[in-house]
Design a protein around this ligand. Structure first.
Ligand code: ADP
Length: 301
């Protein structure tokens, strides 16, 4: 097969591993920076160009589009879809997953367990919002947060009110969420390919911290999932329409609750922690399902 990896940097661990895994399986693979691609939308023969070159029609595209360039990256991906290339994750599914409010609404509608969550922008009904999630302690999140930067724990209602007032000044969308204290600073990452959890690990926050982000000093270990956790992860991935995803769960008193479904899960910590060759499993999956003109959305929507 002819495979293209869309990535801004070929040296990134996940990009490198995916390219290596394709080559090892005898596929022709190219890494292309989507930001440097330009497209011909209007002609009846859609095409993508890179430098002075018109790119060939690939059999499969593996998108590794960063969250800061979702709009342009998914537009380029959609163009590949219009040319009939099989996308590991479709452009519409990536855009959907990058919208955290929309994702939570879809997961809730699909019956996936979530922490009690409210969202708001400039509301003055702070008390009511706090009541929705059962009062303090609670977690407040700026909806654009990444790496735990915009995530705060308010131990008291007063602290929550002060933070909400500050968010209101910023005119930012934010989430108010039940604090899952019983997860003890741990989060479970399930790596889902197709309809299977192929690997799972547990992140644990460093002492005195509730956010289990690696950038905040969290540690990782292999974890055994319960059947309920496994099926929650698979259902969440399916609702989001993602073939490859990282589903983050917290263990709560009311069962597994989903925090987030990532459309571009990093491969480094999951491969290093579990010792599994995830890149190879991804390529195996593509080999099984990639067919030209296979995307349901065909770049629409
Ligand atoms: P980001 O996308 O910025 O990493 P998350 O929503 O994943 O934001 O939150 C960061 C971390 O904070 C999570 O990995 C988890 O460890 C912790 N956390 C987030 N929400 C909750 C919650 N409702 N209850 C307990 N811990 C939480």
């Amino acid at each position: 097969m002819k495979v293209v990896v869309l990535s801004r940097n070929r040296k990134l661990y996940s990009t490198r591993r995916l390219a290596e895994a394709c080559a090892l399986r005898g596929h022709e693979v190219e890494v292309i920076n989507h930001l440097k691609c330009y497209v011909d939308i209007a002609s009846n023969r859609p095409s993508v160009h890179y430098g002075d070159e018109r790119l060939p029609v690939y059999d499969a595209v593996i998108p590794r589009i960063g969250s800061t360039v979702t709009e342009y990256g998914t537009a380029v991906l959609r163009q590949f879809e219009m040319m009939g290339t099989y996308p590991l994750n479709e452009s519409v599914a990536i855009s959907r997953a990058r919208n955290s409010l929309r994702s939570l609404q879809l997961l809730a509608r699909g019956g996936i367990g979530l922490p009690l969550t409210g969202f708001a922008c400039s509301t003055e009904s702070t008390q009511e919002l706090i009541r929705i999630v059962g009062g303090a302690p609670l977690v407040l999140k700026l909806s654009q947060s990444s790496r735990g930067k915009g995530v705060f724990l308010a131990e008291t209602e007063q602290a929550a009110q002060t933070l909400i007032d500050a968010f209101r000044e910023l005119d930012a969308n934010f989430l108010v969420q039940e604090f899952i204290k019983e997860s003890h600073g741990s989060r479970i990452r399930c790596l889902v390919i197709g309809e299977k959890v192929v690997a799972a690990m547990k992140y644990t926050a460093r002492p005195g911290e509730f956010r289990s982000n690696l950038h905040r000093g969290a540690s990782t270990e292999v974890v055994r999932l319960t059947p309920e956790e496994r099926s929650t992860a698979v259902r969440a991935a399916k609702i989001m329409g993602l073939n490859l995803s990282g589903v983050d769960l917290l263990r709560s008193y009311h069962g597994p609750v989903v925090l987030e479904v990532s459309s571009t899960p990093g491969l480094r910590s999951i491969e290093e922690t579990t010792g599994k060759d995830i890149a190879r499993l991804i390529v195996d999956f593509i080999e099984k399902v990639a067919k030209p003109h296979h995307t349901r959305a065909r770049g629409q929507g």
